[in-house]
Design a binder for this molecule. Sequence first.
Ligand SMILES: *Cc1c(COP(=O)(O)O)cnc(C)c1O
Length: 388
Amino acid sequence: MFHLPEGVIYLDGNSLGPLPKATPEKVGSMLTQEWGDMLITGWNKADWMGQPARIGDRIGKLIGAPAGYVVMGDTLSIKVYQAVASALELNQSRKVVLSDNGNFPTDLYMVDGLLKSLNNGHELRLADPENVEAELSEEIAVLMLTEVDYRTGRKHDMKTITEKAHALGIIVIWDLAHSAGAVEVDLTACDADFAVGCTYKYLNGGPGAPAFIYVAPKHQNNIRPALSGWMGHASPFAFDLDYQAGAGIERMRVGTPPVIALTALEASLDIWDMVSMADVRAKSIQLCDLFISEVEARCPNLELASPRDGNNRGSQVSFKFEHAYAGMQALIANGVIGDFRAPNSMRFGFTPLYIDEDDVVGAATILERVINEKLWDNPQYQTRSRVT
Ligand SMILES: *Cc1c(COP(=O)(O)O)cnc(C)c1O
């Protein structure tokens, strides 16, 4: 169901999922039959206007959210900003946002920028991932964590942490960037307040695919959207001069939705309709376990940077290696695509929809050659590109 180039083992679907074979035709017919033939009437006739919520409901099924509580749009960085801004207003007597130093930097940058704009004595505090629970206190307004650490694959226990935080009156935001389509998530059972995530990683929506945001039922009509764009207005086409927040999750919309990109994502979600997350998760743990044992047997000088127990790990495995950047370049040149994460990790994503045991053993065999024959030790693999 995926377009994968001949001779490539693709272990980077955690960063950019491959192209579903159905996507070009689906997008092509949207372009000609909807944009082309319907022109502006497509907003109603093809219901482009309803697309962010309609697709949000499909994402919701993958992360344990009921229909009506997830909406699509913008980038994940923007969705982080929206969630944190609204969450802080729910807990105004407190001034601390707690996160961990394994979080993806853009999440931290967005909070930093927001707190500077608020200029109201807020603080962003970072704990080591293992110490988050110990740092929870009644001083904390908002806890913002990414469930699966992008570098190591270490997975937080969403349910336990959310429960402990709630007992202390803390609002909890989960970033599901490396969870949606990778691990089973049940936002309702976890009682998360907010969740955000992107769709170009495990969900195969394509480069720059729109992000999603979930707001818990109890908060939906109480939160003020910080990015109060017209598409989140109760009645955008009233062209009211005053902002009035739309009902429920609609208020987290900002501007005009990216219809072409959302259509590409729809093609990928057709695949997700056919699989169970439990099956995907079980297989992903098997594949990751197999990769760890194959690599450790073949490359004793690589050090596992990910949790060994699959239950504490997302759908990725990282190894530390002194020459990780050059090592990954050499690996890519030899047909195995993973990525490098500073300072010294070679990272591999395992996505059971298109990776099987033969791929895992094949990748480990090539990695063994790259490391043991020092194929990385070549000047052409030393220069860093803009994207690593
Ligand atoms: C991939 C990722 C992002 C990327 O944010 P964009 O705005 O989509 O570029 C943000 N946060 C986390 C945790 C990620 O893994």
